[in-house]
Design a protein around this ligand. Structure first.
Ligand SMILES: Cc1ncc(COP(=O)(O)O)c(C=O)c1O
Length: 421
């Protein structure tokens, strides 16, 4: 049996493997933005494993860091011992945050770190109710699912999910900021009035997988004021948009806010499983040993990979490249596509772009044609799957990206009917 056949036989159907194609390509090696199949066909990676392998594939510094760990022969020591790689990552994160005044809790996946943020917030505030936002995505484990908005992904699972969470509208345009802040303020006041004050609010400053919405500076700053006023913690979910994807260190840096907890994942290690909650000051120092652990947290390979990633973001002008080379390509794309009458709109922030089409069928069609005919990987997103997302490596060559976006424009203008408004 081929790899695809074996996978089909055994793999849980909740995994996305066969969502687009019955026989997805089998990639055997990668180089920069390129992936190569078992037949040595070349594909352009404009997904990065959903905004994760941000340095591209086979990056020399990344590989070097991982090889250093493999040379030691130690891949796991557990958390009861000091790991130099974990220590190095703490140091690197502190330098990246430009302050020693932080505490850090490492985990293995974005969802797991969202769980960390929820638990520590409950522990510190001794409150249990959270505010989250319409369109927000925070993962699929039960706690993370609770603060995720989509009913569609929650409803198949019986029982109460997220009965401790209230969802507030997220502005879809700047003029909605005042209304959304007002709604949020009402929720804070209401729960205070029934003596169930809000423990924390959790937000993606840029809603990524829901179709690249935001960031709204005054919204973030207004929310921070509300959280402070009501004694609640502000949790910034930067799993998708953090560490350069939005053209800044963090997507909340489009405002002046200073979140109590920052959640990182995906691009933190640029590949291997790793996530983190970074807290202001000693917020993560008050719980007892063992209150929240997991076997693989802070494993040496992931920590070394993350150190290499953070150094690369800092030293190789990645943020400048995102802002000066990648974002202008998306600007040009948006101009061309908006004039074509084939798309509803195009939104972009840094190295993430959402082309909003009529519905999920048209989005899937474009992704399929891009993959099968043009050998380009794009991603699906949007609140109802109506977007094609483009998430290139943060170091992609500008000319290459420009050419790929021209190809995508051609697919959309030639293959799609005029959009129904
Ligand atoms: C903003 C955000 N938060 C949380 C998650 C969940 O991360 P993971 O899939 O690693 O559990 C994701 C994943 O896409 C995400 O985009």
């Amino acid at each position: 049996m081929s790899g695809a056949e074996v996978t089909k036989v055994f793999e849980s159907t909740a995994v996305n493997t066969f969502k687009l194609l019955d026989k997805p390509p089998v990639f055997m090696r990668g180089e920069g933005p390129w992936l190569y199949t078992d037949k040595d066909e070349q594909y352009l990676d404009l997904v990065c494993g959903s905004a994760t392998s941000n340095l591209g594939h086979n990056h020399p510094e990344h590989i070097k860091a991982i090889k250093e760990v493999t040379k030691t022969g130690i891949f796991h020591t557990g958390t009861r011992l000091i790991s130099p790689y974990r220590a190095d990552l703490y140091q690197q994160l502190s330098e990246f945050m430009e302050t020693p005044d932080i505490s850090i809790h490492l985990s293995n996946s974005g969802s797991e770190s969202i769980e960390t943020a929820i638990k520590i917030t409950r522990f510190i505030t001794k409150r249990q109710r959270f505010i989250s936002f319409e369109g927000g995505y925070h993962g699929r484990t039960l706690g993370a699912l609770s603060v995720t908005h989509s009913e569609k992904i929650k409803s198949p699972f019986i029982g109460k999910i997220g009965d401790f969470v209230t969802f507030v509208p997220f502005p879809r345009k700047e003029t909605e900021v005042g209304f959304c802040l007002e709604k949020c303020s009402e929720i804070f006041k209401y729960y205070e009035s029934i003596e169930e004050p809000i423990a924390g609010l959790i937000i993606e400053a840029v809603q990524g997988v829901s179709g690249v919405w935001g960031p709204w500076t005054s919204f973030l700053e207004g929310l921070e004021d509300l959280a402070k006023k009501h004694g609640s913690l502000f949790i910034a979910d930067e799993i998708w948009s953090g560490l350069g994807r939005s053209g800044k260190k963090f997507s909340f840096n489009y405002s002046k806010i200073s979140p109590d907890l920052i959640v990182l994942g995906k691009g933190l290690s640029s590949s291997t499983p790793l996530s983190a909650v970074i807290a202001k000051g000693d917020l993560l120092k008050s719980w007892t040993p063992g209150a929240h652990t997991s076997t693989f947290q802070g494993n040496p390979i992931s920590c070394a990979a993350a150190c290499a990633t953070l150094k690369e973001i800092k030293h190789s002008s990645l943020l400048e490249h995102v802002n000066n080379s990648i974002e202008p390509c998306f600007y040009k794309l948006s101009k061309q596509l908006k004039n074509s009458g084939k798309v509803k709109t195009v939104r972009f922030v840094g190295a993430q772009c959402a082309i909003e089409l009529d519905n999920s069928k048209t989005s899937n069609l474009v992704q399929n044609i891009a993959l099968q005919q043009e050998k380009m990987l794009t991603y699906g997103g949007g609140i109802n799957g109506e977007c094609v997302l483009i998430l290139p490596p943060l170091n992609i060559d500008k000319d290459l990206l420009e050419k790929a976006l021209e190809t995508l424009t051609m697919i959309i203008t030639e293959e799609l009917p005029k959009h129904s408004s």
